[in-house]
Design a binder for this molecule. Sequence first.
Ligand SMILES: Cc1cc2nc3c(=O)[nH]c(=O)nc-3n(C[C@H](O)[C@H](O)[C@H](O)COP(=O)(O)OP(=O)(O)OC[C@H]3O[C@@H](n4cnc5c(N)ncnc54)[C@H](O)[C@@H]3O)c2cc1C
Length: 380
Amino acid sequence: MTTQLHDTPAARNPDQRRTTAIVVGASLAGLMTGLALSRAGVDVTILERSGAVPRTGAALGGVDESLLERITGRKLSKTDSTALRSVASGVQTWSAVHARLRTAVAADPHITLHPHTSVHSVSQDADSAWVITWDNMTFRGDVVIGADGHRSVVRNSVSPEKPDATFAGYVIWLGLTDEAALASSGRWPRDVAFLSGIDDYLLGYPLPGHDGSLAPGSRQLGWAWYDSSRNDLLREKGSVVRNVVHHSLTSADIPEATFRELADTANALWPSPWREAILDCIERRAVIGTPIAEYVPDKLVNGRLALVGDAAHVPTPMTGSGFSASLHDAEAVAASVAAGVRGPAMAQALRGYERQRLNSVRSMVQSGQQFSRSFAGRAA
Ligand SMILES: Cc1cc2nc3c(=O)[nH]c(=O)nc-3n(C[C@H](O)[C@H](O)[C@H](O)COP(=O)(O)OP(=O)(O)OC[C@H]3O[C@@H](n4cnc5c(N)ncnc54)[C@H](O)[C@@H]3O)c2cc1C
């Protein structure tokens, strides 16, 4: 089969073009990197294997609003700022953050986003770097940035000697409930709840409603339940193979007996309103089980290829720092690409990105590993 060269700005204007970047992945890190690169004067093509909204995470802690404003180049809308006033500090719904980044990307004439475009492999030579998709399209640029998450394809080419994130030894059950679905359960939580059982942790997040509203009756509760007793189930379902995380458990993957055990444990362990929120999600079969992976990078860059976000470093969510680390990666890699402009200086400029970020992101992941080892060890 002949590989087709996609009509990127690089292909259209070979002599008069601006620097071009191909970004793989349009989740939070990919969108932020696209915006930062565009701001630095780069033409950006973002490739995303999913559709318009690649993932529906629940809550996101550690969101620095001023950094988010800086990366989107936009002040908060009235709805956003109303929501932020009384939601727990730094906590947002994943979908609200993603929607804001998507809006900023859609309005940017220097960014083209291709949904339903899955990257298969990555290559480079002295003059350019390129990706080939599963449907045999080639996208070529001055650099390729991997923002393709913990199972990154780009990482295979940046760090072939250490390509995989490894299973941290526990799953997080995740759910999101509308306030309207809860029977009146007393006072609405004002801040993030951090609760501990014998072998379990629960993080609970009070969140605005789907439209950003904080009006009583229209809000949401998000929860993340850390459970180290389900590793046999994860392996049986192929969710974890040897020490590599392959996929999350959807509700269809979760056996009825497991739902019943979770409901019994929730009744025994967790106080109101978190118990009711969990039971509502179990009843609706609206629970996802995400096995947690970790990755301490030795490299962030190889020639014209670079990694950002979870492709570069995967900390346990307990650190609450994956999002802000991705944002700092985006800004730092964009500054380096802008410094490299075009030509052989690009690889050297990207090494500046690695020098700036590597030690700090390694420490971030390592700090979370101490928690993971002690938590996963409880069920051993
Ligand atoms: C359960 C959980 C809770 C978390 N909670 C927090 C928190 O409270 N605070 C915090 O700061 N961080 C948290 N994190 C981490 C945070 O969500 C991430 O660090 C951050 O969102 C950056 O993710 P990412 O964009 O790099 O990767 P992902 O969100 O994994 O996105 C990767 C994207 O690349 C696409 N992709 C993958 N492969 C290909 C391919 N071959 N071709 C094309 N596209 C591809 C995927 O479809 C996806 O859209 C949490 C993570 C998890 C799992």
